[in-house]
Write a protein that binds this ligand. Structure first.
Ligand SMILES: Cc1cnc(Nc2cc(F)c(C3CCN(C)CC3)c(F)c2)nc1Nc1ccc(F)c(N2CCCS2(=O)=O)c1
Length: 308
């Protein structure tokens, strides 16, 4: 007799942990809004007795930028990532009425790194910043091994899970590098965070893990500036470019000052070794930039030295 292979039993909604039924998803409060859509704090409470868990639910804001298809790609991306330093995917919720889908993720109570550092700058010391930096580095190293390019690494997209743990969030712009190349060429650059972009992203829309390394250098700058609005990257670049420059020519001016080797200045009281790391990330030629593995080791070394 022909032996039957394993018969995959279709999971029922209750058994499938990644299916969230809308009727049990209790809205609590808004967490954030942007051109990406909106993120809300909800409690998933199937027992109806408030013992359910808190979750962060991202709803798609159907507008010209992000389409249902992009959102589906974001869901697929996040559901494939399993790393302590990347926000956890929990599932999806289909609201049948509106035929729309929401992305359900773990809820990180401390919010984005920007708000956290602004509100806690007095009790976050160099060691803690380096701990956060090494966690972001490990998350990015994990992404790189899966051939993902984040393309929007910035302090606003890093969330604080606890006093000693941060996680990378928001994979709305993440792309997978095709198997036969080591970069991703973007055709439709939408709202671009150009002040976190490497030169090759500005000039050729060429994205790779090495351009994520450049953005990591800008995140280090934000970290060691305590995400202070007065010296955030956009402000510092615009001071150098000149506030009279407007619109599309900003990226040309930005590309020029980077070409002439101007870089963001060291944040106040920034340890020289840390500024040295930033400068490595901002090497003009992407082939000469360090990889996340090397950056992680250098951060560990600075943490060791700091301990002695
Ligand atoms: C997945 C996830 C898990 N936990 C959390 N916790 C969280 C907890 C919080 F108290 C806050 C704030 C803290 C400050 N007060 C005033 C309001 C609530 C908060 F903003 C977030 N947020 C998540 N996502 C999320 C939320 C909101 C977002 F704007 C963005 N994004 C931003 C750029 C693209 S983005 O979509 O990544 C992601």
């Amino acid at each position: 007799p022909v032996t039957q292979g394993p018969v995959w039993k279709a999971l029922s909604p209750q058994q499938d942990q990644t299916m969230f039924e809308e009727r049990h998803l209790r809205y609590i409060s808004p967490l954030g809004k942007g051109n990406f859509g909106s993120v809300e704090l909800c409690r998933y409470d199937p027992l109806g007795d408030n013992t359910g868990e808190l979750v962060a639910v991202k709803k798609l804001q159907p507008n010209n930028q992000s389409t249902q298809e992009d959102f589906q790609k974001e869901v697929n991306t996040l559901s494939a990532l399993h790393c302590d330093y990347i926000v956890k995917f929990k599932g999806v919720c289909y609201s049948m009425g509106r035929l729309s889908m929401s992305l359900v993720m773990e809820y990180l109570p401390y919010g984005s790194l920007i708000g956290y550092l602004e509100n806690n700058r007095h009790n976050v010391n160099t060691r803690r910043m380096l701990l956060f930096a090494s966690q972001i580095c490990k998350g990015m190293e994990y992404l790189q091994t899966l051939r993902y390019v984040h393309r929007d690494l910035a302090a606003r997209n890093v969330l604080v899970a606890s006093e000693v743990l941060v996680k990378i969030a928001d994979f709305g712009l993440t792309k997978i590098i095709p198997f036969d190349k080591d970069y991703y060429w973007v055709t439709q650059p939408g709202e671009s965070p150009i002040f976190w972009y490497a030169p090759e992203c500005i000039n050729e829309s060429r994205f790779s893990s090495k351009s994520d390394v450049w953005s990591f250098g800008v995140v280090l700058h934000e970290l060691f500036s305590y995400c202070n609005m007065k010296c955030n990257p956009k402000r510092l670049y615009m001071q150098e470019i000149g506030h009279t420059v407007q619109g599309p020519s900003i990226s040309m001016h930005l590309a020029n000052i980077l070409k002439s080797n101007w870089r963001l200045p060291a944040p106040p009281d920034c340890p020289p070794q840390v500024y040295g790391l930033m400068k490595q990330c901002w090497t003009y030629n992407y082939n000469e930039r360090p990889c996340f593995y090397s950056l992680g080791n250098q951060i560990e070394t600075i943490l060791q030295d700091d301990r002695e």
